[in-house]
Design a protein around this ligand. Structure first.
Ligand SMILES: Cc1ncc(COP(=O)(O)O)c(C=O)c1O
Length: 406
C-alpha cells in the first residue's frame, strides 16, 4: 500500500485564502443586500497593458508559423528576457548581477515554496511574524518544521521574528541561531518597508553566521521613496548570503499569465557547494521553462512604452492605497503601510480579533479583507486591505467601513 508523506499531514488547516473564499461563498449564496467588494486576496484587477498585449499577440503569431515556432523554452529562461531583467532590475540600480544568475520561472509563489529544497532539513528557519504563509507551509511539507504547540498555537521548531507597531514592523535579528531567514520587503501583509541601512545589518549578520537570506522582492515596484532598496543586492556583500525572488504579478499584472524569476548568485556557497549550480540542477530536473509567449510579454515589461504604461498602472493602485490609508486614518483607525506598498495594515478597532473584524465587515457591509492572524500569531488584532481593487469599488468599500461604528 502506498504510504502518505506524513509531513503534509502536519499542515495546519487549509490555506488562508481558501478559508476566506469559503466564508464569502456561503455569505454570497444567501443573497446579501449590498454587492460584495473584495479587498482581500492580493490579486490585481487592471487589464494587461497595451504594449504587453501587443507582444503577446505577435508571440502567438510566431507560434503559428513553422519558421518561428518555439517548442520547449530553455529551462532557465530565454536570453532576451534574462538580459532585460539584468539590465533593468539590477545594472540600472548599480547591482552586479549577471544573466547566468537569473532563473526565470512561473512566479514567486512556486520559487518561494520550492527554494527550501536546496537546504538540509536540519536547518533552523526564521520567518517574520506575520508572514506570507507559503514560506512556513513549504518548510512543513519538507519536514523541516514538525512540532506544533497546540496551546500556544505556533510551531515549536520555527523561529518567529515578531513584526509589531513597536519595531515599525521591521523584524529584529534573532538572538538564537538560525540558518535560513525569509525576509519580504515591501512586506506582505504589513505593507511596510526596510531602509537600506537596516537591510545591510541583516546581510552582515548572515555573512557572519553563514545563514542564507531568502529575500522576497515581489512588491519592489511599489517603492516610491529614495532610501528604500529595491533589491537586497544593493547591500554590500549580499551576493555571498542572499537569494532574491521576483514576480511579474504585481508590477505588470501577470497574476494570470504567470512569470517570475529568482536570483541565485554564483558567489553563494555553503559547505563548499554552489547554490547557483544546485538550483540550476533542480530547475533543469523539475521545470520545463515558462512559455515563450509569456516570456515575450515579460520582455515588453522592460520596453520604454511598457514601463510608462506600468507606471500608470502602479499609480492607479497607489492612489487606491492612499485613499484607503488617509480616509481610515481620518476616521480614527491606526493604519500602517500603503505608502511604498499596495497593502494597508490596520489595527482592528475596540480590540476585536482579526476574524471578528472580518465577520463584521463581511456580514455587516459586504466588504472582504484579510484577517491579520491568518499570517501568524502577531497578526492577531490586525487586518489587511489591498489597493488592487477597482477605484470606485475601493472608494465605496472605504465609505462603508467609515459608516460602521464599533
Ligand atoms: C510576498 C509574496 N511573494 C510571492 C507572491 C506570489 O507571487 P506570484 O504571483 O509571482 O506567484 C505573493 C503573492 O501574493 C506574495 O505576496
Amino acid at each position: 500500500m502506498a504510504k502518505i508523506n506524513q509531513d503534509y499531514c502536519r499542515l495546519r488547516g487549509s490555506y488562508l485564502f481558501s478559508d476566506i473564499a469559503r466564508k464569502v461563498r456561503e455569505y454570497e449564496s444567501k443573497g446579501p443586500a449590498l454587492p460584495i467588494i473584495r479587498l482581500g486576496i492580493g490579486d490585481v484587477t487592471r487589464p494587461i497593458a497595451p504594449s504587453i498585449i501587443n507582444a503577446l499577440h505577435s508571440a502567438v503569431d510566431e507560434m503559428g508559423s513553422a519558421a518561428t515556432f518555439k517548442g520547449y523554452a530553455p529551462d532557465l529562461g530565454y536570453d532576451f528576457l534574462r538580459k532585460a531583467i539584468v539590465d533593468n532590475d539590477f545594472k540600472a540600480r548599480g547591482c552586479d548581477i549577471e544573466e547566468d544568475e537569473i532563473f526565470v520561472s512561473d512566479g514567486a509563489k512556486s520559487d518561494s515554496g520550492n527554494i527550501q529544497e536546496l537546504f538540509s532539513t536540519d536547518n533552523v528557519v526564521a520567518v517574520c511574524d506575520p508572514v506570507y504563509p507559503v514560506y512556513v507551509d513549504s518548510n512543513v511539507m519538507a519536514g523541516r518544521i514538525k512540532n506544533f504547540d497546540e496551546d500556544l498555537d505556533r510551531w515549536k521548531d520555527l523561529v518567529y521574528m515578531p513584526c509589531t507597531a513597536e519595531n515599525g514592523f521591521v523584524a529584529e535579528i534573532p538572538k538564537e541561531h538560525v540558518d535560513i531567514i525569509y525576509l519580504c520587503y515591501p512586506n506582505n501583509p504589513t505593507g511596510t518597508v526596510i531602509k537600506k541601512d537596516d537591510l545591510q545589518k541583516w546581510v552582515d549578520h548572515a555573512n557572519k553566521t553563514g545563514a542564507v537570506i531568502i529575500y522576497d522582492a515581489a512588491y519592489e515596484a511599489y517603492i516610491a521613496e529614495d532610501d528604500i532598496p529595491h533589491s537586497i543586492y544593493e547591500c554590500e556583500g549580499a551576493k555571498t548570503c542572499a537569494i532574491e525572488i521576483h514576480s511579474f504579478s504585481k508590477n505588470a499584472g501577470f497574476t494570470g499569465l504567470r512569470l517570475g524569476y529568482t536570483v541565485v548568485p554564483k558567489e553563494l556557497e555553503r559547505e563548499g557547494v554552489s547554490l547557483n549550480a544546485l538550483w540550476r540542477r533542480r530547475h533543469g530536473t523539475k521545470y520545463n521553462g515558462a512559455p515563450y509567449i509569456v516570456q515575450k510579454a515579460g520582455e515588453a515589461v522592460y520596453s520604454e512604452a511598457g514601463k510608462k504604461e506600468l507606471r500608470a498602472q502602479i499609480d492607479y493602485y497607489m492612489n487606491n492605497a492612499e485613499y484607503i490609508r488617509s480616509n481610515l486614518e481620518e476616521a480614527g483607525y491606526e493604519v500602517y503601510g500603503g505608502k511604498n506598498s499596495p497593502y494597508v495594515w490596520l489595527k482592528t478597532p475596540n480590540h476585536l480579533s482579526s476574524w471578528e473584524f472580518f465577520d463584521k465587515l463581511l456580514y455587516g457591509i459586504s466588504v472582504v479583507g484579510t484577517p491579520g492572524v491568518g499570517f501568524g500569531p502577531h497578526g492577531e488584532g490586525y487586518f489587511r486591505l489591498t489597493a488592487f481593487g477597482d477605484r470606485d469599488k475601493t472608494v465605496e468599500a472605504v465609505d462603508r467601513i467609515k459608516s460602521m461604528t464599533f
